[in-house]
Design a protein around this ligand. Structure first.
Ligand SMILES: Nc1ncnc2c1ncn2[C@@H]1O[C@H](COP(=O)(O)OP(=O)(O)O)[C@@H](O)[C@H]1O
Ligand SMILES: [Mg+2]
Length: 337
């Protein structure tokens, strides 16, 4: 909930499962500096051996998301530190946060998360497919493995992936029935999808606190490492931007940044494959190009005016990622992984 006093100059933000999100953390720090806000950035993780965690102003070791105490721990941190904004970073706690958003709101904390129903659609690729079809978006034909195997004629290659997967884990391109039979035994919860040939793009879609889509940044995935973009380029493609905005509006996702994945095919079709209702790993590229999501979020939470243009970012910017280091010195304590 935006604050009524536009003059407030301090803000406490909590990032959950912060892991390696150093760049995102730094961009919130930079945005606060620009806005002359005294910001306190808090982070949770299950281990001290976490780069972004180490760079937080306050660190909280918590139970794993699946533990029954996790929610209680988060609420306690929020209350004790008067956290006003909670930013999730990975898929695992999205549903829990969505379901419990009112509990956080009752202690004055705005959680940057979509409704539980929306998270449910995004986290089940079978539901995502049905949503896309029903709302008239192009997407690769998707079916259960049983249906695929029962078909007399199937267009090869096909693409197998878990309906509840992430980070490209357990995916396989299969060229024939024999390969399909081989991989279905090795992929948990597989679905069978038409294989799309095309250029893969990701879109960062900014939804404001009033649930309006305000900006869409498409970026081409040039190279991917461990399921996350390592080289990417901003591509101001008006049709992708319009379609992405329409998708997020139809879904009612937000507030915050929603990350869409799609293919642009050689015959110029925009085929959506995935929706992640959180900051994507490649978001630093959009922020660098001028879509300053952290700044807009901070402004909104403080009840300040924003100046957001739908296409208010630089085209063709390229991001080349590399590994950075965080150093911990003189560590005597036994550290648990
Ligand atoms: N139908 C498809 N055809 C070709 N490649 C695909 C298809 N679906 C997914 N991929 C590739 O697999 C990757 C992971 O798939 P995705 O649907 O994004 O699942 P997740 O990221 O949850 O593992 C994508 O980034 C893309 O490169
Ligand atoms: Mg994906």
């Amino acid at each position: 909930m935006p604050r009524s006093k536009a003059a407030t100059k301090s803000l406490t933000v909590l990032f959950t499962c912060i892991g390696r999100r150093v760049s995102l953390l730094n961009s919130f720090r930079g945005a606060a500096r620009e806005l002359k806000i005294d910001i306190s950035l808090l982070g949770t993780d299950t281990t001290n051996l976490s780069s972004a965690f180490q760079l937080c102003d306050k660190k909280f070791l918590v139970k794993p998301v699946s533990h029954r105490d996790y929610l209680r721990q988060l609420l306690a941190i929020v209350k004790a530190n008067r956290v006003e904004l909670l930013v999730p970073t990975i898929d695992t706690d999205l549903l829990l946060l969505a379901k419990n958003k009112p509990k956080f709101a009752s202690v004055g904390c705005c959680v940057l998360i979509s409704k539980a129903g929306v998270v449910g659609i995004c986290q089940d690729k079978r539901k995502t497919y049905r949503f896309l079809l029903k709302n008239g978006f192009d997407t690769p034909v998707t079916m259960s493995v049983r249906t695929a195997l029962s078909k007399k004629k199937l267009n090869w290659p096909c693409f197998l992936k878990p309906w509840d997967g992430n980070a490209s884990r357990g995916t396989a391109k299969v060229d024939n029935r024999k390969e399909l039979l081989f991989f279905v035994k090795r992929i948990p919860n597989p679905i069978c999808q038409e294989f799309v040939n095309g250029t893969e793009h990701t879109c960062d879609v900014y939804v404001d606190l009033n649930m309006k889509v305000r900006c869409v940044v498409p970026r081409k995935r040039i190279e991917v490492r461990a399921g996350e973009v390592s080289k990417g380029q901003v591509v101001k493609h008006p049709r992708i931007m319009r379609e992405a905005a329409r998708l997020v509006e139809a879904l009612g996702a937000g507030p915050g940044v929603i990350t869409l994945q799609l293919f642009l095919t050689s015959d110029d079709k925009v085929k959506f494959i995935e929706i992640n209702p959180r900051f994507g790993g490649g978001v630093p590229l959009a922020i660098k190009a001028g879509a300053n999501f952290p700044k807009w979020i901070l402004q909104e939470v403080l009840g300040r005016k924003t100046n957001i243009r739908f296409d208010g970012f630089k085209d063709k910017v390229i991001m080349l990622r590399y590994d950075g280091e965080v150093w911990l010195e003189n560590v005597n304590k036994k550290i648990k992984k």
